[in-house]
Design a protein around this ligand. Sequence first.
Ligand SMILES: Nc1ncnc2c1ncn2[C@@H]1O[C@H](COP(=O)(O)OP(=O)(O)OP(=O)(O)O)[C@@H](O)[C@H]1O
Length: 252
Amino acid sequence: MKSDIAASAAYCHDNIIELDRVSFAYKDQQVITDLSLVIKERDFVGVIGSNGAGKTTLLRMMVGLLRPSAGEIRLFGQPVRRFRDWERIGYVPQKNSFNPLFPATVREVVMSGLYSNKKLFKRIGKHDQQKCDDALEVMSIGDIAGKRIGELSGGQQQRVFLARALINQPDLLILDEPTVGIDAQTQADFFELIFHMHAHHHMTFLMVSHDIEMIEGYLGKEPRERAGGIKFYARHSHEQDCAIPGLQHSLL
Ligand SMILES: Nc1ncnc2c1ncn2[C@@H]1O[C@H](COP(=O)(O)OP(=O)(O)OP(=O)(O)O)[C@@H](O)[C@H]1O
């Protein structure tokens, strides 16, 4: 029993993202300086910072699109340049980075979350269709699966992008200002949904947001870390119970 508990505690505290003395500069503009940060399994980390503070740059480094000028980033324990397991990461973009005229249906958009380079040339099988149905059901958008994405409200579109990010049942969900351009009530519903997911499912969250009230409401008023103009707020989803086996939940 003791070894079960130890194994579970270790399992719950794996490092998901590690930044080890990371710096970044665009030509002569220093954006991130000597940042160290560890995000562990089942953490929810909220990133707040003024325009131009470097939040997008940081996300881009974390997923390997930009290389730090100094320091190292590890994803799931592996240096990001060697990391290949991208299905473990779901990504929800800013709403306003999406072209509403894009002529795809909700089902097609959600299915596109399955395509990594590996799967691009493979036929979509029954199992893939089932994964899509499950993601649509979890987000309560099964009834609009045949609609064009451009016909939907902002809140519905965000649910579609969340379903797309969840289709591979990722261990880590990254959200980049997911509620920009959405009305206050729909924003509140969206936050409630992801905070619920954090509390009840075995996932880790990293979210950039300008909504300080919402972030402080869920993650507390004291940031865990600061880097220049960026603040990192964090909360672990079951602080007291990490050592108890059997608390892992699957999402779908
Ligand atoms: N490709 C680039 N080339 C040169 N400078 C850049 C580039 N991308 C961003 N910058 C600069 O780096 C700084 C950080 O930009 P970044 O987009 O990471 O900030 P941000 O915190 O995400 O801002 P916002 O809240 O406005 O999205 C800014 O001063 C920006 O002008």
